[in-house]
Design a protein around this ligand. Structure first.
Ligand code: AGP
Length: 611
């Protein structure tokens, strides 16, 4: 999604803004732009495509030496990626310039009113309407910030704005509602941005703006105003993002670095929640009695988080004996929910900024559900609607394709299921003890997989030319198949579909021939294993090329499957934690082999802040 960055101070503004935008690249974008204020005039540079194209524009303008500026990466929503639609947008009188992350939902009405007043528009964006609205408000407002506040009262939707006005060359206005925006103080000046990485290296202390707040940045400091214009103080926090978190640390891609971080993440979650043989969750604010009284759990999420939720459903139902419904957040919001008390609603989101998940959580809250949020960003918008929060603590995930956050979500669901089971006493003590012991072995087992990736690499080389892929499994690993197929689609652009294996014969089998690879995730120790073997035989009989991800040491597998990706033995219920790693690696190596932009796949955004 879009990202904004702004700077006012004594350093080379263009460079700071460009580097800031670089750190926001992970959000996904298709055009970029800067507005620099120098000697009281604006210089606007824009480019379609990657930031390197914007850099070329900057190199043509090397004489620019601004001390204030704003920058933007745009992920097209209203209008195609083009120079006209790229931000910054400028008012009709050329005096106000603005960048925006979010969507002004009522922009059509506002545009009609402004057009009737004689204003003209040169883009298809909602953002241009915002800057022209501020221009119009400036006619009646006593000050630039007041004009922004007046305009904000007319906007519906989400926005994080950075705004400059020629008549106020020492002021950069930051304002927001329903979209994240941070402001920070550094030695060389003040900065604002959509996310923490853009501030790193320039700012020592920062604060998150709350909805309908403004920050007025000057080279010397910042002043906070509320929606009424009253000035208030806001505590600043120390910016502690390490350079290591922002670097690839010797790996070729962030995705590969993040895949390799997974054992450590699992280990630290275990250390945090498993204390002397008991699961402790102090930030889960339901009493034992309330947990006992739960009649249903609903889980809402999108994409990869939805797949983690699917594992969560399986594990909670299996262990804690509570009915669980999992639903795509985008569907949850648009249907009727029968009245039901004693519901726990779990919202799962890596970023905590996914608009669909936020809307679903808000709806559930209105219905009176206790809202538990599982997120990797405890500073995110989603957390504001939570009654309880379980932080994933997976560290900043930069690759657009989620990997380590998925593993952290899975782990959190195992811990939560164990906690609910412990509180509801639905399993024997030794069952829980055994599962805890098995979970503690997982980090080392993950390390084993990561220590030797040659067989996955060979497999990737062999199948990289495939046009389509089918992933199948049964039981808890249907989610693994879904997530593996999503990963492959996202970063290699190969069409990959996942099914419960039993569904193959009800339609998808028609697709099978010698060109179609079918990947099965099959773990011994349950009836699923034998059933999956039969389903694989059926695929083989249609000449499909078969790949197995399995912990089985069965020699016969070699005669049925063309390739076998071996994982260590774990109880089937925990196998999504290990089986997923070869699938992440397979997608990674295939995408790499095809020369794809692994960390920044086309059309995708890291946090999807539109519904
Ligand atoms: C994951 O690889 C995807 N990029 C995407 O499906 C993602 O999981 C989805 O947009 C949800 O994001 P969230 O977890 O930040 O809410």
């Amino acid at each position: 999604m879009c990202g904004v960055v702004g700077f006012i101070g004594s350093e080379n503004t263009a460079e700071i803004l460009f580097n800031g935008l670089k750190t926001l690249e992970y959000r996904g974008y298709d055009s970029a732009g800067l507005a620099l204020c120098q000697n009281n005039s604006f210089h606007i540079l824009k480019a379609v495509g990657k930031l390197e194209n914007l850099l070329r524009e900057m190199q043509k303008n090397t004489s620019l030496d601004a001390t204030m500026g704003i920058g933007h990466i745009r992920w097209a929503t209203h209008g195609a990626p083009s120079l006209a639609n790229a931000h910054p947008h400028i008012s009709n009188d050329g005096k106000t310039v603005l960048v925006h992350n979010g969507i002004i939902e009522n922009y059509k009405e506002l545009k009609a009113d402004l057009s009737a007043k004689g204003y003209r528009f040169s883009s298809d964006t909602d953002t241009e309407v915002a800057v022209v609205q501020i221009e119009d408000e400036l006619k009646s407002a006593a000050s630039f910030p007041q004009a922004v506040r007046q305009a904000m009262q007319k906007f519906r939707g989400a926005f994080a704005f950075l705004i400059m006005n020629k008549d106020n060359p020492q002021m950069l206005v930051a304002a927001k509602r329903n979209a994240p925006l941070l402001v920070g103080r550094g030695e060389k000046g003040m900065m604002a941005a959509s996310d923490v990485p853009a501030l790193a290296g320039h700012v020592s202390k920062f604060a998150y703006l709350d909805d309908d707040e403004l920050a007025l940045l000057s080279p010397q400091g910042m002043v906070f105003q509320n929606a009424q214009g009253s000035v208030f103080t806001k505590p600043l926090q120390v910016l502690s993002l390490s350079q290591e978190a922002l670097s690839k640390n010797g790996f070729d891609h962030f995705m590969l670095k993040e895949i390799n971080e997974q054992p450590a993440i699992v280990r630290s979650l275990l250390q945090r929640f498993l204390v002397q043989g008991k699961i402790v969750m102090p930030s889960f604010n339901l009493s034992a009695q309330e947990i006992e009284n739960l009649t249903k759990i609903e889980i809402v999420a999108c994409g990869t988080s939805l797949h983690a939720a699917t594992v969560g459903k399986y594990v909670i139902e299996e262990l804690a004996d509570i009915p669980v419904e999992v639903e795509a957040a985008s569907e949850y919001i648009y249907r009727k929910h029968p009245k039901n008390n004693n519901i726990l609603l779990i919202g799962v989101s890596q970023s905590g900024e996914t608009a669909d998940t936020i809307s679903a959580v808000k709806l559930a809250k209105q219905r009176g559900a206790h809202v538990l949020v599982l997120t990797n960003r405890e500073d995110s918008s989603l957390v504001r609607f939570a009654d309880s929060v379980l932080g994933l603590n997976a560290g900043l995930e930069i690759s657009v394709a989620a990997t380590k956050s998925y593993t952290a979500q899975l782990m959190m669901f195992y811990l939560l299921a164990l906690y609910l089971t412990q509180e509801r006493k639905t399993q024997q003590h030794d069952v829980l003890q055994k599962l805890q012991k098995n979970l503690m072995a997982v980090p080392v087992q993950m390390e084993e997989i990561l220590a030797d990736t040659k067989s996955v690499q060979r497999c990737a080389e062999k199948y990289a030319k495939a046009q389509d892929f089918i992933y199948v499994s049964r039981g808890v690993n249907v989610a693994t198949a879904l997530e593996g197929a999503l990963k492959l689609k996202e970063i290699s652009y190969i069409n990959a579909n996942a099914y419960p294996a039993g569904e193959l014969k009800h339609g998808p089998i028609a697709l099978l021939d010698e060109k179609m690879p079918v990947l099965s995730v099959l773990m011994p120790g349950s009836p699923n294993y034998d059933k999956l073997l039969s389903n694989s035989q059926e695929a083989k009989a249609r000449h499909a090329r078969l790949i197995a991800v399995t912990s089985a040491r069965d020699k016969n597998l070699k005669s049925l499957f063309d390739d076998v990706l071996q994982v260590p033995e774990v109880p089937e219920i925990l196998s999504p934690l290990t089986a997923n790693i070869p699938l992440q690696l397979l997608a990674y190596f295939m995408a790499n082999k095809l020369g794809r932009d692994v960390d920044k796949p086309r059309n995708l955004a890291k946090s999807v802040t539109v519904e």
